[in-house]
Ligand binder design. Structure first.
Ligand SMILES: Nc1ncnc2c1ncn2[C@@H]1O[C@H](COP(=O)(O)OP(=O)(O)OP(=O)(O)O)[C@@H](O)[C@H]1O
Ligand SMILES: [Mg+2]
Length: 239
């Protein structure tokens, strides 16, 4: 197998006495879609925050393309090519959808405002915001804001995208469109780490799944292996 694009090595994150991530290790390979699964409070979002540089690990190391990025500030990690979405969207409410995407292009890639405003239409169409480009973000409902989260991350033109429950709350009817969207990301050559509770989405888009429970890595493998893995079943349903 090739060298991993992202490598999590023995990462621990403590908040006082609470251990949110406990000695977690796994690799992500270029072009793959890796699912990150675990019950509520397992430490999934914390792990994405550590990778994206929003917080620094207490111990352990994170490598991106072979470079140690442990504790590097978020803007530097973003410039290297890792983009993330937030579980709770935080758009610039007073800016339009197009302007929000442009902010990512301008600050994430250092291009001009004019270029940023001009170049994201395709991305906005792709994520289903084609008819909302001139709507102020503050007027959008939460589900639509999650699409804006994806658009803002894509506008950065990342090598790796970290998706935190961006499809939560979608209806059964929307699942095929979501699968199509993720397939497009893959075609664009983007490596994806996705936290998702909707198993129908997760199992249909990911190559592998890593499961954490109470901050600790408990299993890793192909979706069908993971779904009947005794440790995973125990974490979700009890002994
Ligand atoms: N900044 C923080 N300060 C203190 N505790 C925190 C902080 N961030 C997260 N935690 C705690 O760390 C643990 C892991 O939280 P995290 O949000 O990473 O879980 P999660 O797996 O994303 O859960 P969910 O599925 O509910 O989104 C939880 O107990 C949470 O309360
Ligand atoms: Mg979370």
């Amino acid at each position: 197998m090739s060298e991993p694009i992202l490598s999590i090595k023995g990462v621990t994150k403590r908040f006082g006495g609470l251990v949110a991530n406990n000695n977690v290790s796994f690799d992500v390979y270029e072009g793959e879609v890796l699912g990150l699964m675990g019950p509520n409070g397992a430490g999934k979002t914390t792990l994405l925050s550590l990778i994206a540089g929003a917080q620094a690990p207490t111990s352990g190391q994170i490598f991106f393309e072979g470079k140690d990025i442990t504790g590097m500030p978020a803007h530097k990690i973003c410039h290297l090519g890792i983009a993330r979405t937030f579980q709770i969207p935080h758009p610039f409410s007073h800016l339009t959808v197009r302007e929000n995407a442009a902010v990512s292009s301008v600050f994430g890639r250092g291009i001009s405002r004019e270029q940023g405003l001009a170049e994201n239409d395709e991305i906005l169409d792709m994520v289903g915001l084609g008819d909302k480009k001139d709507t102020r973000a503050g007027k959008l409902p939460t589900l639509t804001l999650k699409k804006l989260e994806i658009a803002r991350a894509l506008a950065r033109k990342p090598k790796v995208i970290l998706l935190d429950e961006v499809f939560a709350g979608t209806t059964e009817a929307e699942v095929p469109q979501i699968l199509e969207t993720v397939a497009l990301f893959r075609k664009m050559g983007i490596t994806i780490v996705i936290i998702e509770h909707v198993l129908k989405i997760l199992c249909n888009v990911v190559d592998r799944i890593v499961v954490i429970d109470k901050g600790t890595w408990i299993a890793e493998g192909k979706p069908d292996e993971i779904m009947c893995h005794p440790e995973v079943v125990k974490a979700y349903f009890g002994a």
